[in-house]
Design a protein around this ligand. Structure first.
Ligand code: ADP
Length: 266
């Protein structure tokens, strides 16, 4: 009998996000990111934690081309591109397709909502993708249903609660059917019920997710892996429970072991 090893088919899907040696300095000279490298696979849900000023928001802004000066008209050389989305280099000609793949949820819904009614706001993304009107309408209704707001489509966004406005933002993102959700503090300022509900919505999503948050219990519930960012550098990258049980590591970065881990409930 032949003892030739069985050939295992190699994974051909590129990571949904690949960041390689990314550094970034703001125009005022603040060094916000230093030599950051990591990747996220399709459907992977990853937490991004670290103290205030660590660089979490700056990193997330890079993943959707939201810092315009970081998106060149063309790549000087393919290898010189630090951010790739679904295999696409972060360059201006790819930006439209990249933004179709990456849905960005801002911490404050009022930074994201600007149309008079809920339905118009949810439709904005799909319309921007150039989808036909009937497909836009279908996606808007599906997005609103997914977040449990199918009855408020005609309401003004400013007449909804903070938690509802956050769900409208998520509906607008889901309506674009992204492969990756980039979420900046998705549970901040939500009451307990709204927080729990928002977490369930994220759990039901098929998209990969990068969730920046100080809500470590939520990170434990949703994320299989976690990155610690501090002083603009990745300080740890590992399974969530292992990282969030390491009191020495967490203390070095201004973080604490979550209570549920301290009391052995995980
Ligand atoms: P985090 O989201 O982890 O709190 P940020 O990405 O907001 O961290 O900030 C990283 C660093 O960049 C901090 O030192 C912050 O003061 C600085 N920074 C953030 N935004 C700007 C900006 N627009 N201009 C200059 N410096 C900034």
């Amino acid at each position: 009998m032949s003892n030739a090893s069985i050939e295992i088919p190699r994974e051909t899907t590129p990571p949904i996000i690949q960041v390689e040696r990314l550094s970034y300095r703001y125009p005022n000279g603040t060094m916000a990111l230093c030599d950051v490298s990591f990747s996220i696979q399709p459907r992977e849900v990853v937490g991004l934690i670290g103290p205030n000023g660590a660089g979490k928001t700056t990193l997330q802004l890079h993943l959707n081309g939201l810092l315009p000066e970081t998106v060149p008209d063309r790549s000087p050389a393919e290898s010189a591109t630090s951010v790739r989305v679904a295999g696409m280099a972060m360059i201006r000609p790819n930006l439209k397709e990249i933004r179709r793949q990456v849905g960005f949820l801002f911490q404050d819904p009022d930074d994201q909502l600007f149309c008079p009614t809920v339905r118009e706001d949810v439709a904005f993304g799909p319309l921007n993708l150039g989808l036909p009107r009937d497909e836009v309408a279908r996606r808007v209704e599906a997005g609103l249903a997914a977040v449990g707001l199918e009855n408020v489509g005609d309401r003004g966004t400013m007449h909804l609660s903070f938690g509802e406005r956050k769900r409208v933002c998520l509906a607008g993102i889901l309506a674009c059917q992204p492969s990756l959700l980039v979420l900046d503090e998705p549970t901040s300022n939500l009451d307990q019920r709204a927080r729990r509900r928002f977490m369930e919505l994220l759990k039901n999503s098929q998209a990969a997710q990068l969730i920046a948050s100080h809500d470590l219990e939520m990170i434990l519930d949703l994320c299989s892996r976690v990155l610690i960012l501090d002083h603009g550098r990745i300080q740890a990258d590992g399974p969530t429970l292992a990282v969030l049980s390491n009191s020495t590591l967490l203390a070095q970065h201004g973080l604490e072991v979550p209570l549920s881990v301290q009391y052995g409930r995980r």
